[in-house]
Design a protein around this ligand. Sequence first.
Ligand SMILES: [Zn+2]
Length: 168
Amino acid sequence: MPPPQHGGRPLTPPPHGREATLLPPDEAGHRGSPDSTAFMCPHCEAVLSNPAAAQCDNCLRPLRQQAPVLRVVFPSGELKISVGQHLVLGRDAGQSPVASTFTQYDNVSRRHSTVWLDPSGTAWVRDEGSTNGTFVNGERLPRGVEAPLRDGDQLRLAADVTGTVQLA
Ligand SMILES: [Zn+2]
């Protein structure tokens, strides 16, 4: 398409005031989150234009990525697992630090399964030889097999209790 003809007349820019009102405010389109402090450099507190960048473009120091956290939300309680932590799920307080979440479920074994988050941010579950099984999205895991967990997966212990995996 050829450029439009202007008949030799000089182009006049629109009046300044009108132009200004047509433009959105500088920040409006860019910041959807009210939590703007999440985008600050932890070293120099500069506001980061790209929070995913490997280094701060103001002070050039490396930006630590936010550590991934695994959550499994059961009706009886929410479990939170950090990188490197292995959390045993079960009814026995001597075996599982979160036993109180499961004591009401008779079919959950005393030591039922283990969930953890590896340094790459992948979440895993392993059945610990439970009597009534560990299930991911309805599929029973063979004893001792490590199965990856993804955000939104349903983790079920025995027939009794189902948790939703949240990985962020
Ligand atoms: Zn900085």
